[in-house]
Write a protein that binds this ligand. Structure first.
Ligand code: KG4
Ligand code: ZN
Length: 350
């Protein structure tokens, strides 16, 4: 049975998502038939960030309607689904539990297996959708730059499913830095889009903010000092042009991300660069990384996710699940049912 239809569920933070993917396991080709998101951004804007209990309560309300819409958009009946993929971590446990519980109930009712997916593997592989790109043996090693609200990671991909974490953030993630700087500047949540919009009117060279760990030999990141630098700068220069501050802080984040990615790319002689995570929606990151790969990693191909696959979504979870299924890494219904939420989450949250 090389053909597979996967229903994927994502509920790790404040977006409720469901997606349907259909693929051919033997040919390693797939297509996302639907990718539906209910965003809670408007709700959490009132509090300037996610309130976990509020997020969980809204997932409960939306999860079944969103699944229904995803199936309708894909023109597929629930009975035609072969496996249920679900984000099992990392994320807010109260949010994750809604998705995992729904997946378990569907798995129980349909007697179909569950594929638990690590959220970060979803972001890492998101640029390979919505219709599969052919990655050949010669496309590896690949390098993943995963930049989200909770994580900043450089991952060496020896092949899909075989990963080595080269470095990650020691404190705040890149997206978190955007969010916290926006809060300091009284801009709305989430901060990334707000800062990047304001930055268009500013001069990125106006303020020389620090580039944390730019010269360090490892591949780790640190962004909390940058946020503090912005706080002190605005305290000392209350009349500073806000657009210049936004453009300069965005430039500092970009410089660190791109410089470390280039260095890792050269060291590991990568053939492919995969960009993923909410911050990959940033137009400047997309353009500058493209330029940098062409200049510094000649012969490497850069994959950038399409907009709908950048911030949290179930489409990327379906893509990661497809590759797991293709590799035979399928968790059976019995195994999953034998585990508690906590155990299931622990097995994939590493
Ligand atoms: O991947 P994601 O949706 O959630 C997590 O897994 O954390 O990422 C959300 C993050 C937020 O910090 C948000 O500010 C950031 O992605 N983000 C952006 C942009 N759009 C979203 N950062 C910079 N520029 C953007 N255009
Ligand atoms: Zn995410």
């Amino acid at each position: 049975m090389p053909k597979i239809s996967i229903l994927a569920i994502e509920s790790s933070a404040d977006e409720t998502g469901a997606a349907v993917l259909q693929g051919d396991i033997k040919l390693k080709k797939f297509q996302l038939l639907s990718n539906v998101i209910y965003s809670q951004i408007k709700i959490h804007q009132k509090t300037g960030g996610i309130v976990p209990e509020v997020a969980a309560r809204n997932h409960i309300l939306k999860i079944l309607p969103i699944i229904e819409v995803a199936l309708q958009n894909a023109k597929l009946n629930l009975r035609k689904i072969d496996a249920i993929a679900v984000t099992a971590g990392p994320g807010l446990i109260t949010s994750l539990m809604i998705g995992v519980d729904t997946a378990k109930a569907l798995s129980f009712a349909l007697r179909k297996p569950i594929i638990p997916v690590n959220h970060m593997e979803g972001h890492l592989l998101s640029a390979l959708g919505p219709t599969s790109y052919e990655l050949r043996a010669t496309s590896f090693p690949a390098l993943g730059l995963v930049v989200s609200g909770g994580h900043t990671m450089l991952v060496l991909v020896k092949k899909i499913g075989k990963y080595k974490l080269l470095g990650e953030t020691l404190d705040d993630a890149a997206g978190e830095c955007f969010d916290k700087v926006a809060k300091i500047m009284n801009l709305p949540y989430p901060g990334g889009p707000a800062i990047s919009t304001l930055a268009k009117k500013g001069d990125p060279k106006a303020i020389d903010f620090p580039r944390p760990l730019l010269g360090s030999k490892d591949y780790n990141f640190s962004f909390s000092g940058l946020k503090t630098a912005v706080l002190y700068f605005l305290r000392d220069h209350p009349k500073a042009d806000k657009a210049d501050v936004a453009a300069s802080v965005q430039q500092a984040i970009m410089d660190v991300l791109i410089s470390k990615t280039m260095r890792a790319g050269r060291q590991y002689k990568v053939k492919t660069v995969l960009l993923g995570g909410g911050v990959s929606a940033n137009a400047m990151l997309r353009a500058e990384l493209d330029r940098a790969v062409k200049k510094n990693l000649k012969g490497s191909r850069l994959y950038i996710p399409e907009a709908s696959l950048t911030t949290d979504n179930a489409g990327m979870i379906a893509i990661a699940a497809f590759f797991q299924a293709a590799a035979g890494r399928r968790t059976t219904y019995d195994k999953v049912m034998a585990k508690s939420h906590w155990e299931l989450t622990k097995t994939v949250v590493k």
